[in-house]
Design a protein around this ligand. Structure first.
Ligand code: TRP
Length: 454
């Protein structure tokens, strides 16, 4: 199949930035710190790092290998490799997960727009107590009109970029924005660590307390590793499919993982010292980042400018991720169903908005959704179902597929297609065939059997 019309990254750097743009997002800055806070801090961080190394990286390379070889989307890649089997079902699950994640992610991403608005109005220029910050957050997310309007606005931005295509739309945005985000995070981390009482937060993050560890936190760490690296639903299959044949894929993949993991840790270094310094509860849940940061901005020189820059970049980091979520779904409809990219972006983005409305209303806007099932909000339920379960199942299936059906030899051939050797190639093959699938299956099985997660 001729693929010139599908588009391609302009080169290795373009891929790294776009894939890191997909990986780095609210998962690092919003989800990672609150997950760590709810699951005992340091112990969770260790589990998370283990999951990235032993499961995340192997799955990342499995997905990239499939995408590069087939130059297809999440479903099409399975179809091309093993026609007339049930394996493409894994791709369909991925498409559903992409939709499901986008439908709650865009709500949280919408909040960043709301915060950006407050920053522009100068609301973070003066000292803000933890109570004031909490009140601001609660009123913003609890207002039905604001929550829905921000979600719609965010999806609209996503649609506008995805309809522009691969290198002109997605890549161009990522090239400028990723480095700017990194710079601002470093400044914030330095400020946070040097706040009075900040050291306590640092030790919370770095000193593991294993008594806090439960099967639920292992599941959370696994889900977080997959979510943060954009794995388990075909996003990296899709991004790998635009990877130029001549470039070094093992290196590029490793850079994406390094960038993603360092930014998550950096976000932790910002959040926990500031949180302890302001006397907030680390287990505060999804509101954590939004509540903590406004208490520190005023202690920075040019706090208002700084707050504007931070929320603008956070919104952009989220945007490079929502782009990849929508892109997975769009690529499927373009490749497999013959839709025009333009139509796919608008139709699918709009449907996603409808699914996002209950999540947008679930944070105080409408009682039915606030405590939807098991005393959990609609947004959190989506987050758990798609962000933890669907991704784990997708990652498990991907390992089994690459390890046993397509086979690791073919996977390596694809990863090494440019002539660059994959480091630790036999270790990768072993982990993909045995360690990762067994570990994921144990975690999933335990959680399902004990019903622990909710
Ligand atoms: N990785 C992104 C983040 O950390 C979210 C994301 C984008 C994602 N694309 C994905 C998660 C695909 C899972 C699958 O914010």
């Amino acid at each position: 199949m001729a693929n010139a019309s599908r588009g391609q990254w302009s080169g290795r750097l373009g891929f790294i930035l776009a894939a890191a743009g997909s990986a780095v997002g609210l998962g690092n800055i919003w989800r990672f710190p609150y997950m760590a806070g709810e699951n005992g801090g340091g112990a969770f961080v260790l589990l998370y790092l283990a999951c990235v190394l032993l499961i995340g990286l192997p799955v990342l390379f499995s997905e990239l290998a499939m995408g590069r070889k087939t130059e297809r989307n999440a479903v099409g890649a399975f179809r091309a490799l093993v026609p007339n089997t049930w394996w493409p079902a894994v791709g369909y699950l991925g498409i559903a997960a992409g939709f499901g994640i986008l439908a709650f992610y865009s709500v949280v991403a919408g909040w960043t727009l709301g915060y950006l608005g407050h920053a522009v109005l100068g609301d973070f220029g003066a000292a803000m107590t933890a109570e004031q910050s909490n009140a601001l957050f609660t009123s913003l997310i609890g207002s039905p009109t604001q929550a829905i309007a921000y979600t719609a606005g965010f999806l609209l931005l996503t649609i506008l970029i995805v309809r522009g295509g691969v290198s002109s739309g997605i890549e161009r945005a990522a090239k400028i924005l990723m480095p700017a985000l990194l710079a601002i995070l470093i400044v914030l981390a330095v400020r946070s660590v040097t706040l009075p009482g900040g050291m306590e937060g640092l030790s919370y993050l770095l000193k593991p307390d294993f008594s806090k560890m439960t099967a639920g936190s292992v599941m959370a760490a696994l889900g977080q590793a997959l979510f943060s690296l954009s794995l388990g639903m075909g996003a990296m299959v899709t991004y790998g499919s635009y990877f130029p044949k001549r470039e070094n894929m093992p290196f590029a993949g490793a850079m994406v993982a390094v960038a993603d993991t360092s930014i998550a840790i950096l976000a932790g270094l910002i959040m926990f010292p500031a949180l302890f310094s302001a006397g907030l509860d680390p287990a505060a849940g999804p509101g954590l980042v939004f509540v903590v940061l406004p208490t520190v901005f005023n202690s920075l020189p040019a706090g208002t400018l700084f707050a504007i820059a931070f929320y603008a970049l956070l919104a952009i980091a989220a945007l490079t991720s929502t782009i990849s979520l929508l892109e997975v779904v769009v690529a499927y409809f373009v490749d497999e169903r013959g839709w025009k990219r333009e139509k796919a972006a608008w139709v699918l983005g709009s449907v996603c908005f409808l699914i996002a409305v209950p999540s947008a209303l679930s944070q105080g806007g409408a009682d039915v959704f606030t405590s939807f099932l098991f005393d959990t909000s609609f947004l959190d339920i989506q987050n758990i179902i798609w962000g933890n379960y669907a991704l784990s199942i997708g990652a498990l299936a991907t390992c089994l597929f690459v390890g046993w059906k397509w086979t690791v030899g073919k996977g390596l051939e694809s990863l090494e297609a440019s002539g660059h050797v994959m480091p630790l190639r036999s270790a990768w093959a072993f982990v993909v065939r045995f360690l990762s699938p067994i570990a994921i299956a144990i975690v999933l099985g335990y959680i399902v059997l004990t019903g622990q997660y909710f």
